[in-house]
Design a protein around this ligand. Structure first.
Ligand code: C5P
Length: 208
């Protein structure tokens, strides 16, 4: 059984990589950001503020894996709410078992997020940390919004990305940071296929 833990900054390519690795190695995949998004979305839907601890904790206790396919979770407003609820330690605690149980499946698993290699699966067989320059990540997110036919402003996308990075990496509980034994891939100048082949080389060199 192999656990592949993938952490990284937003729009770094970690989600795409995680999906492709799961397909390549035939492993189940959990995008743990969706759990935090589901909590943020539930809080917004009930008209509460994502910074309201009681509302966020109640929503985190009610979240399960069946609610993660909702396309509403992809909205930027929900992502920002997710990063606000993610600061609350009791929210993180309420989501802990779901993530650990997913990782403990007998055949192994791929999980991606912000604290997989550091907190959720500190004993993962392989840890990858995916990053890219903020300007490149903002450009990717902007291009994606345009592709989806949404209104987008690069400066605003850049500002929100820097704010979310800052909130994720400076929070006290489980901040975004590479595990000491993580393999770092900078995707700034790499295509998704180049990122995938680098990751497969790293994983094969560890597991084979
Ligand atoms: O990865 P994604 O952009 O969907 O994550 C949304 C937010 O959820 C992140 O900005 C982060 O605040 C939070 N998150 C987290 N820990 C994880 C996954 C996501 O704190 N393992």
């Amino acid at each position: 059984m192999s656990i592949i833990a993938i952490d990284g900054t937003l729009a770094s390519g970690k989600g795409t990589l995680a999906k492709k690795l799961a397909a390549h190695f035939d492993l189940p995949h959990l995008d743990t950001g969706k759990l935090y998004r589901a909590v943020g979305y539930a809080v917004l839907q009930s008209g509460e503020n994502p910074e309201d601890e009681n509302a966020a904790i109640a929503a985190a206790k009610a979240v399960d894996l069946s609610s993660l396919a909702d396309p509403a979770l992809l909205q930027d407003e929900v992502a920002n709410a997710a990063s606000k609820v993610a600061v609350i330690p009791a929210v993180r605690a309420a989501l802990f078992d779901t993530q650990q149980n997913f990782a403990a499946q007998s055949g192994g698993a791929v999980l991606d997020g912000r604290d997989i290699g550091t907190v959720i699966c500190p004993h993962a067989d392989v840890k990858l940390f995916i990053d890219a320059l903020p300007e490149e990540r903002a450009k990717r997110r902007y291009d994606e919004l345009i592709r989806l036919g949404k209104m987008a402003n690069y400066d605003l996308v850049f500002k929100q990305l820097v704010e979310r990075d800052h909130r994720d990496s400076t929070r006290k509980t489980a901040p975004l940071l590479p595990a000491t034994d993580a393999h770092i891939i900078d995707t700034t100048d790499l295509s998704p296929d180049e990122v995938l082949s680098r990751a497969i080389n790293i994983i094969n060199s560890i597991l084979l």
